[in-house]
Design a protein around this ligand. Structure first.
Ligand code: WQD
Length: 350
């Protein structure tokens, strides 16, 4: 019985694939490489020492997706595949709704057809909108401030309705806070297309000289130093949270949301200070005005995941910075490589 990982070539997906393989799971990766590169899967094989099934399929290609289910015995799905840039979603909302929501609807319909009803869904803390207070717990009001966040919120509601209609489904909605860091090998990591939207990849690109300086979006928030505060979580801790959620969906029915965060917030300027110390590199920055849509402070109450999944984040902020730096320093251009197709020895399908 295999675990299907949609979007498994991505940042969080590839880190989760490694932990799944090391834990002894058989996996099948599905990715369309719209926001990832084949090389990441070669590195997953290199690090884990294990082979796995791969299909280059877009979730909007129903027949291609049916092929995957018809030719494999799938026990559960971990669903990462989706577009995730907040700013981009504001300029091309229809593309985000079609890609993220229609893709998920097709996935769930094919899962239902083949009797696969265990699902771990990659949601986001963005579904909390502008939180009334912190720390944020799963019973907080939900809202979205952008089309990307609305796709996550809508998909959560769709999956709840699916369970109401058929209580043999088992779904975990994982609300990520701010994933950063990389596998300790330095062989996989975050590889954003173009100018990074997120803080850590921008910092690491400044550190290697790809970007001249960091723009700090606002220093007039009601926080320790005026800059925005977030709950940064190591991507390996996040990956391990998916394995705990997988165990849960395989062994029970229902739909539950879980915060995957550390419960500790750090400001932008605190992150810069820690990174400079760890990397021994100066990060020049310039304070600019607040980024529209940003909240001042966001960090999790992670107690539900601890109590119900037996999961807590273990890696601290220095390790997150060290691992992010190692990845960037060893891979100045991310996965840019001459290899255009994956070399792992498995059933490669268009
Ligand atoms: C973190 C902090 C910025 C860049 C987003 C999405 C969320 C999730 C994670 C997908 C904030 C500040 C950033 C920069 C800066 N993505 N910053 N200069 O906005 O908390 O969350 O990514 O699920 O859905 O909303 O993350 O890394 O963009 O920002 O000052 O160049 O860093 O203002 O305070 P964010 P981020």
């Amino acid at each position: 019985m295999a675990i299907l990982v949609t979007g498994g070539a991505g940042y969080i997906g590839s880190h989760t694939c490694i932990e799944l393989l090391l834990a002894g799971y058989e996996i099948i990766v599905l990715d369309n490489f719209s926001n990832s590169k084949p090389e990441s899967l070669n590195r997953v094989k290199e690090i884990s020492g294990k082979d796995f099934g791969f299909y280059e399929v877009d979730l909007l290609n129903r027949s291609g997706l049916e092929d995957v289910f018809a030719n494999n015995t799938i026990e559960a799905v971990i669903h990462f595949a989706g577009l995730k840039a907040v700013g981009e979603s504001l300029s091309i909302p229809l593309h985000y709704y079609h890609n993220n929501i229609t893709g998920t609807l097709i996935l769930c319909d094919v899962m239902k057809k083949y009797g696969v009803k265990n699902l771990v869904f990659s949601s986001s803390a963005t579904v909390y909108g502008i939180p009334e207070r912190v720390p944020i717990s799963e019973d907080f009001p939900l809202s979205a401030t952008n089309p990307y966040g609305r796709t996550k919120l809508m998909i959560e509601e769709i999956l709840r309705d699916l369970y109401i209609a058929d209580d043999s489904w088992s779904v975990a909605l994982l609300r990520y806070f701010n994933p950063i860091g990389a596998h300790e090998s330095g062989r996989i990591g975050e590889d954003p297309n173009g100018i990074p939207n997120n803080l850590m990849p921008f910092i690491t690109q400044v550190a290697v000289g790809k970007r001249r300086e960091l723009q700090v979006f606002g220093c007039d928030y009601p926080t320790v130093d005026g800059s925005g505060v977030r709950d940064y979580i190591h991507v390996v801790d996040l990956a391990l949270g998916h394995l705990k959620a997988l165990e849960r969906v395989i062994s029970s029915n229902g739909v539950d949301a879980f915060n995957l965060g550390t419960g500790t917030g750090y400001s932008v300027l605190e992150i810069v200070t820690v990174f400079e110390k760890i990397a021994n590199v100066r990060i020049p920055y310039k304070i600019v005005k607040q980024r529209p849509g940003d909240v001042a402070v966001s960090y999790a109450d992670p107690s539900k995941a601890k109590n119900e999944l037996g999961w807590t984040a273990k890696r601290g902020i220095e390790e997150m910075c060290r691992d992010s730096w190692r990845w960037q320093e060893k891979n100045l251009n991310g996965y840019e490589t001459s290899i255009s197709r994956i070399e792992i020895n498995i059933n490669y399908k268009e």
